[in-house]
Design a protein around this ligand. Structure first.
Ligand code: HEC
Ligand code: HEC
Ligand code: HEC
Ligand code: HEC
Ligand code: HEC
Length: 325
């Protein structure tokens, strides 16, 4: 079997030195009471503090309004929003304006225009970080694909289909929208922002297409998960000790977040790593880039790479089966 060391685990220095998860998560606000108090006041920063955008001492409004205030965290592997926005038409106009090549009043939306409109600090989005939500879609195939993904997120038990403790954790941090009304509320807010500059019809079509791409990406993703799940079922790959179920698991990075369902991943197979990459890197790009109006990220870094991952998963599965016999 292709067992390789678990590269997902961050060494202590990265965590304690704040260069790992803690560099972007858990800045400042520490106690449960403080977090609850901020949440009650309508600030979403249960795990992040105020100084992530307005840094200490100055607490400058202008600094917080600059899209660079977001760059440090909203970049890279699983959430390259900085890269996508800055190289989109929206970002290009922002920089052209700064260079004096567009007039002062030229429209150029920043992160803050769309996510913190009118100074609101409730920066939720409809789809959220992992691109899953409830209720399930009406289309039977799309619903089945979403269920497969929820199982691989450990949110639903792969055997019984029942919700697990991980779903409670998702609820506790308000990580995903879990009913239709809260999704629609966020979507409406976003459309209201787009319509400052675009017609309602145009903006709605754009966001609807984003939803459609996500659903198509989920078809590829579910096919890959099912291929790996069959290897588990047939005993061709063994459940890594840290996995919650005898089923593929996508949140391997959660290991370092103090979540003890994922303590040991030394025996993670290569095919599992390809699956995690397909989800955390390429599926994220395919749909997030669509919403951020970035064709290169949506297609070449997103969709195209997902098809490559799916091909690799199928090839590896075939090899693993052949070698097993
Ligand atoms: C470069 C900064 C950065 C690092 C390093 C980082 N994260 Fe994140 N993380 C983010 C950002 C930004 C988001 C929100 C992204 C989005 O919604 O697209 C996020 C989202 C999350 C979420 C979803 C939270 C929610 O409420 O939606 C979890 C869980 C998470 N990260 C865990 C981790 C863990 C565990 C690590 C370390 C292995 C880690 N992150 C490292 C920046 C980072
Ligand atoms: C994600 C980035 C971000 C975080 C985190 C953040 N802010 Fe802000 N804040 C902003 C932006 C952007 C503005 C400017 C809004 C505008 O242009 O009206 C702002 C404005 C403000 C203002 C001025 C509001 C006004 O109406 O003049 C206050 C006060 C404030 N923030 C307090 C806080 C507190 C308290 C926290 C922590 C609970 C916090 N901020 C966390 C981005 C952030
Ligand atoms: C210090 C790191 C950091 C900075 C700086 C930062 N964020 Fe975040 N942001 C996060 C993390 C981590 C999350 C995940 C939720 C949480 O833990 O509160 C997040 C969540 C979000 C979300 C919610 C996504 C969802 O799941 O629905 C939006 C939108 C967002 N940030 C926008 C911004 C904008 C706009 C700025 C700049 C004005 C900014 N952030 C600055 C770390 C950061
Ligand atoms: C023109 C408006 C617009 C701009 C500018 C914009 N975003 Fe977004 N962003 C969106 C839309 C639309 C979504 C998807 C909303 C949904 O789920 O329906 C989104 C989603 C997100 C999310 C949630 C996770 C995900 O799916 O990506 C984060 C975090 C985020 N944006 C951060 C940023 C940051 C940081 C910037 C600036 C570098 C930025 N956005 C610029 C419109 C914008
Ligand atoms: C502050 C004004 C503003 C806001 C808000 C805004 N846009 Fe734009 N958008 C523009 C401008 C200006 C252009 C460039 C138009 C042109 O080509 O003349 C543009 C271009 C676009 C394009 C075409 C991009 C390309 O590569 O040709 C799309 C798609 C788009 N916007 C979608 C959206 C969506 C969806 C939202 C809301 C989530 C949104 N915009 C919010 C100003 C805005």
């Amino acid at each position: 079997m292709n067992a390789i060391p678990a590269t997902h685990m961050a060494p202590d220095e990265l965590i304690e030195g704040g260069r790992g998860c803690g560099g972007c998560h858990n800045m400042g606000i520490k106690t449960e009471e403080q977090k609850a108090d901020q949440l009650a006041k309508g600030y979403r920063y249960q795990n992040n503090s105020c100084d992530e955008c307005h840094t200490r001492h100055a607490f400058s409004l202008k600094e917080a309004q600059n899209p660079k205030a977001c760059q440090q965290c909203h970049m890279g592997y699983d959430h390259p929003q900085w890269e996508m926005w800055s190289s989109s038409k929206h970002g290009a106009r922002y920089f052209a304006k700064k260079d004096g090549d567009l007039p002062e009043g030229a429209a150029a939306p920043t992160c803050q225009t769309c996510h913190l409109p009118n100074g609101t600090h409730e920066n939720h989005t409809a789809w959220g970080f992992l691109g899953v939500r409830l209720p399930l879609p009406e289309d039977p195939q799309a619903a089945a694909d979403r269920v497969t993904i929820l199982k691989a997120l450990g949110v639903l038990d792969p055997e019984t289909g029942e919700p697990t403790a991980i779903l409670d954790a998702v609820k506790a941090v308000d990580m995903a929208r879990l009913d239709q009304a809260s999704w629609e509320k966020e979507r409406k807010k976003m459309l209201d922002t787009c319509t400052q500059c675009h017609s309602y019809k145009y903006a709605k079509e754009q966001l609807d297409m984003g939803d459609a791409i996500l659903s198509k990406a989920d078809r590829l993703m579910a096919e890959a998960i099912e291929t790996v799940a069959a290897l588990y079922k047939d005993g061709i790959i063994k459940k890594p000790e840290g996995y919650p179920h005898n089923y593929p698991f996508l949140l391997t990075f959660m290991h370092t977040n103090g979540a003890n369902w994922n303590e040991k991943l030394d025996d993670l197979s290569y095919i599992d790593q390809v699956l995690v990459r397909m989800y955390m890197k390429h599926r994220m790009r395919a749909y997030q880039a669509f919403f951020h109006v970035n064709p290169d990220y949506a297609y070449w870094y997103g969709w195209n790479m997902m098809t490559e991952d799916l091909g690799e998963v199928k090839h590896l599965a075939k090899e693993l089966r052949a070698n097993h016999k």
